[in-house]
Structures are given as C-alpha cells and as structure tokens.
Design a protein around this ligand. Structure first.
Ligand code: ZN
Length: 173
C-alpha cells in the first residue's frame, strides 16, 4: 500500500507527540517510501509520519519547483539547533487541514541536526521555503498544527467547519 490514507483535523492522532527512532530498519524504509508516494500523490511539499497515523519522528520534503527535477529529502529525528533573528512569512497550507491557508511568521534560516536513511548523523542549513517547511513538519512531530498560530475563535471556526465537512461526506452503505 504505497499511498497511505491521510489523517485530517479534528482527529486527535495529530496531537500525539511522535517518538524518536533508535534504528532505521526495513519497516521504516518502507514507511519513508510510502510517505514520499503519499506526499507526491497529494501534491504536497512536506509530510510527517504522524499524518498517516504513525508516531515516529520522520519527515519527508520536496520543495523543488514544479517543472524542475524532484529533490526528495528525508529527515529522521530532526532537531532545530539554530534559528535566525530574521523572519519570513509564508501562507502555509497543510495536507491534514484541507482548504485552509494561514500566514505564519517563522525564522528565515535554521540549522537542523538529523539522521539520514542510512542511519548517519547529519546537519543542514535551511533557508527560505525549505526552512519554513521543515519547521512546519517538526511542529507536526510535536503535535502542533498551523491552526494553533491563530486566535482561539478563528481556530474553533476552522475546526467546526472541517468537522461538518466530515459529517456531510459520511455515507452508510
Ligand atoms: Zn502540515
């Protein structure tokens, strides 16, 4: 099952904190492959394992432009080590929150440490869209969503709207 089902708001699964990995084994490698397939299938530029219901600290990203060559990136146990004072603002969407875009200000540059798919420890400096995307995905690993950056009133409105959509799509056959 390469493309996995996405978990969406208000599912509490998204609020649970993901666990770090001790080892990258065959199971995790399969999961990473599925995460990429699921992300590309939904035209996303980032996906965390928790969004398919698996609480492991794994994220995948590809922020390459549409017609450019694909640049798949995978980060296991990512940790933000350094952030810049300078910030940037992007209008962010999320595969777990359909049809919702929120302007979020985040540090423009960040340095992260992580483990790669071969189990090696690495570091990377990230800038611009990549930095924003990584911070968004690390938020997922800690159970935090983009709607948490809004006021409570706005956040509740979005959750209400999405809950209704879920009910109206429900069919019994
Ligand atoms: Zn997201």
């Amino acid at each position: 099952m390469p493309v996995r089902e996405l978990i969406t708001v208000p599912d509490d699964t998204l609020r649970k904190i993901s666990e770090p990995l001790n080892k990258v084994e065959l199971n995790e490698k399969k999961l990473i492959k599925d995460l990429f397939e699921t992300m590309y299938h939904h035209n996303g530029i980032g996906l965390a394992a928790v969004q398919v219901g698996i609480h492991k600290r794994i994220i995948v990203l590809d922020v390459s432009k549409k017609d450019d060559e694909k640049k798949p990136l995978c980060f296991i146990n990512p940790v933000i080590k350094k952030i810049s004072q300078k910030t940037s603002i992007y209008e962010e969407g999320c595969l777990s929150i359909p049809n919702t875009f929120i302007e979020i200000e985040r540090p423009k540059i960040c340095t992260i440490s992580y483990v790669d798919q071969e189990g090696a420890k690495r570091e990377m400096d990230c800038d611009g869209l990549l930095a924003t995307c990584i911070q968004h995905e690390i938020n997922h690993l800690d159970g935090k969503l983009i709607i948490d950056y809004l006021s409570k009133i706005k956040k509740d409105l979005i959750i209400k709207k999405l809950s209704k959509q879920k009910t109206s799509n429900r069919v019994v056959v």
